[in-house]
Design a protein around this ligand. Structure first.
Ligand SMILES: CC(C)(COP(=O)(O)OP(=O)(O)OC[C@H]1O[C@@H](n2cnc3c(N)ncnc32)[C@H](O)[C@@H]1OP(=O)(O)O)[C@@H](O)C(=O)NCCC(=O)NCCS
Length: 421
């Protein structure tokens, strides 16, 4: 058996696609509605790609933002994955290049022979050569990617609330306006809105080209068509939007559900106005919202904070720190301090502050020791340093080093990415 790992040529695109789950129909690996899915089914049904789909996907693979990599066994493609070039917003607002691993699969007959290990090695080398200090992915299973250095860095919630349980604490008068728009208008609104959101939201990812086109073609999977709601401020500027569905249900128990698939607001007024309408939509009984941040403010706007029931929590973006020094210098910090970190055997002096940081190799003794997985989880500030220390994954060598690093890393809001790749 001869194995060759290399990027594919344009002529090999369809052979490569036939290996991948999204061209073949995903396995039903989610036992319950996922944190990113607002529908009732465990996983939206997927069907094998049609020849027309394959033509379209094959053309997409020629774009410069995607780098497909394949494992050839005796000349035939047996496994594949790809890196997409995206950006992630880090604390301080810099949008840092991230190699996004996506569409990973090895044919069932070639699994557990090290093909993914070799593909991943080639892809991460390619990221380093291009100067990407971070790689990322979202994981189908929690056991696969830790071994390559990836670790959960952002998380998302799915929640639901009964309409009759909703009462807002405060009176509210909207100085702006709400409007239902068509998918074409929603596409242009989302493009601008998401750019403004990701400029200020730690963890948010740049959308892949075409992300906001064809919003009317979102997979319906029996959930009805997508409706597009937009909020404008008093000056007429868009400052919030939502995409929701009102699925038809044959079972009365499931009837009257409003599913929120996407929701963004730049201001507190837009946030309150959009939820005000969605949570009191005529003829509905219940609202289900997916892909929500873990620090959803809505709970704290209700007279009954228990009304909002969390039905799923899941890791979202996994990070892999490919260049410790550059990654630590790319972000800003919530306090000013100097710490020596031993990361995966190397020692780094981190001189950090609200304006940025310098990070240099050092022979000084370390305040803390941790591994690359731990740094990936801590990097955006979504998990406390002490939490990992209590799990035995960060070692403290000097007094208060854990709380000092915690004070540096924590952002104001939990990191969150509503967009993936
Ligand atoms: C997940 C998948 C890509 C792994 O490919 P593979 O070529 O079999 O993986 P490798 O042989 O290189 O395995 C590397 C290591 O990961 C482990 N591993 C692989 N798949 C695993 C899984 N699903 N669960 C736990 N461990 C796994 C192997 O045991 C091996 O461990 P080692 O480093 O201790 O030797 C492949 O099994 C697959 O296509 N699964 C179905 C589709 C899927 O889940 N894709 C992921 C989409 S995000």
């Amino acid at each position: 058996m001869t194995i060759e790992i290399r990027p594919i040529t344009p002529a090999e695109a369809k052979e490569y696609l036939r290996v991948l789950p999204y061209a073949n129909g995903f396995p039903q690996e989610e036992p319950e509605p996922s944190a990113w899915y607002a529908g009732r089914a465990a996983w939206p049904p997927q069907v094998p790609a049609t020849p027309a789909d394959l033509d379209r996907y094959a053309e997409q693979l020629q774009a410069d933002w995607i780098r497909p990599q394949a494992a050839f066994v005796d000349g035939k493609i047996a496994g594949g994955s790809a890196i997409v070039s995206v950006e992630v917003t880090v604390p301080g607002g810099r949008q840092v290049a991230l190699g996004g691993v996506t569409s990973t699969a090895v044919l069932p007959t070639y699994r557990r022979r090290g093909l993914l290990r070799q593909i991943m090695g080639a892809m991460l080398d390619d990221c380093r050569e291009r100067g990407e200090s971070l790689a990322g992915l979202s994981a189908s299973e929690g056991t696969i990617y830790g071994r390559y250095g990836f670790s959960p860095a952002t998380f998302q919630h799915r929640w639901e609330v009964r309409r009759t349980d909703v009462a807002f604490r405060d009176e509210f008068t909207d100085t702006g306006s709400l409007e239902l728009v068509d998918a074409a208008e929603a596409g242009s609104v989302w493009q601008v809105l998401h750019e403004r959101i990701r400029a200020v939201r730690v963890g948010e990812i740049s959308p892949l080209p075409g992300r906001w086109q064809g919003l009317d073609a979102l997979p319906a999977d029996g959930a009805g068509r997508a409706h597009h709601l937009v909020h404008r401020d008093a000056a007429g500027e868009v400052d919030g939007a939502a995409i929701f569905r009102l699925p038809w249900a044959t079972d009365p128990a499931d009837a009257g559900e409003l599913q929120v698939e996407a929701f963004e607001a730049l201001t507190q007024e837009a946030y309150r106005a959009l939820w005000g309408l969605l949570l009191d939509f005529d003829l509905t009984k219940r609202v289900v919202a997916a892909r929500r941040p873990v620090d959803e403010p809505l709970r704290w706007m209700l007279t009954n904070p228990r009304a909002l029931k969390l039905t799923r929590t899941r890791d979202n973006l996994w990070l892999n720190i490919l260049d410790v020094r550059r990654a630590l210098e790319a972000r800003t910090y919530a306090a000013s301090d100097v710490l020596v970190l031993e990361v995966a055997g190397g020692s780094y002096r981190l001189d950090a502050g609200p304006e940025g940081a310098s990070c240099t190799a050092t022979s000084e003794s370390a305040d803390l020791s941790l591994g690359l997985n731990e740094l990936g989880t801590l990097y955006l500030g979504g998990v406390g340093v002490s939490e990992l220390a209590h799990a035995g994954r960060v070692a403290e060598h000097t007094t208060r080093a854990l709380s000092r690093l915690d004070a540096l890393l924590r952002p104001d809001r939990a990191p969150h990415n509503a967009v993936g790749f």
